[in-house]
Design a protein around this ligand. Sequence first.
Ligand code: NAD
Ligand code: TYD
Length: 335
Amino acid sequence: MKILVTGGAGFIGSNFIHYILRIYPEYHVINLDAVTYAGNLENLKEWKDDARYSFVKGSITDKDLVDGLVAEADIIVHFAAESHVDRSILNPDAFIVTNICGTYTLLEAARKYNRRFHHISTDEVFGALGPNDRPFDENTAYDPRSPYSASKASSDHLARAYFHTYGLPITISNCSNNYGPYHFPEKLIPLAITNLLENKKVPVYGDGLQVRDWLYVEDHCKAIDLIMHKGKTGETYCVGGGSEQPNIWIVKKLLALLGKDENLIEYVKDRAGHDRRYAIDFSKIKKELGWEPQVNLEEGLKNTIEWYKNNQDWWRKIKSGEYKDYYAKQYNDGK
Ligand code: NAD
Ligand code: TYD
C-alpha cells in the first residue's frame, strides 16, 4: 500500500508517518508538505534514507504536482492545513488558499484517478458548546465561528460533495484537540510546557475557563488507521479524547507536574470570538470500529513533558527563530 500523506511534516502528520512506518513494514509513504513555519523535516529524520519513505516539497494547491503524486498513491490521507486559530484571526488568507483551495485540488486529482481519500478535520466546525450541552457527534450541525474553522468546514463540505456527486470513496474524521510529541509550541500545551521549562509565564486567555477535550496524538493515529482500513466510505467519524478540562486546569496540572509556582500564570486578553467549550461523543467509532482512547490525560501530559524535556534542541530552535516575533506580538497584544 502506498499512502500519500499531505502535511506530514507537521504535528499530527509526522506522528502518523512514524506510526504507519513502524506498524506496517510493507507500506510506503509519500509525504507532500510545503514546509511552512509549522512544518519541520527534523520530525522525520529517522526515515530520511528509508526506501519506504519519500518526501516531496510542494503545495497541495499545485495542480500538476498533486496530479502526479495522487496517480502514484492508493490512498490520500490529508492533514495539510493552516491549523492555528489565532493566526487565522490575524490573517485568514492562507487558510482560505490551503484549507479550501488545496483540498479542492486534491479532491479533483482523487476524482480523476478514483482514489480513496481520508480527510482530517476538526471538532471546531461544530461551533461552541454551552456547559450543559451534549458533546458534538456526527449529526451535529456545522456552525464554524473562526476563519480557521470556517475554512475546515468548507473543505469537509467539498469532500462530502465529492462522495455524493462523483462517488469518490472518501471518509472524514473530526477530532478534538490533539497533544503530544512534535506539537508546534504556539498551541496551548506545548507553549505552556516550553515556557515553563524556560521559567517564563504562561498566557491564559480570558478567564481560562474555556473547555477543550484533549486527545493524545498516538490515539488519534490509531483512529485514522482504523478508518483508513475499515471505515465506511461516505461516513464521518468523531474522534475525541474523553478528557474535557478547562484551560486553567491544564496549565495548573502542567505547573504541578513540572514543580513550578502558580505565579507563572499570566491572564491575558481573551481571543476574539473564543469558543467556550468543545467536546466529542466518540460512540460511533467505538461501536463500529472498536476504537477508544487508550492514553489518559495525566499519562499523556507526563509523556509529553518528557518528550519536550528530551528534545530541547527541537523546540528551542523554533522559539528562537520565526516564532519569536509571532509570540512577542501575541503576548504583548494580550496584556
Ligand atoms: P500543523 O500546523 O502542525 O501542520 C500542518 C502541516 O501542513 C505543516 O507541515 C505545513 O508545512 C503543511 N502545510 C501547510 N500548508 C500547506 C500547503 N499549502 N501544502 C502542503 N503542505 C502544507 O497542523 P496539525 O496540528 O498537525 O494538524 C493537522 C491536521 O489536523 C489539520 O488539517 C488540522 O486542521 C487538523 N486538526 C488538528 C488538531 C490539533 O489539535 N492539532 C485538531 C483537530 C484537527
Ligand atoms: P489552542 O492550543 O490554540 O487550540 P484551539 O484554539 O484549536 O482549541 O488553544 C487551546 C485553548 O487554550 C483555547 O481555548 C485557547 C487557549 N489558549 C490560551 O489560553 N493561551 C495560549 O497561549 C494559547 C495558545 C491558547
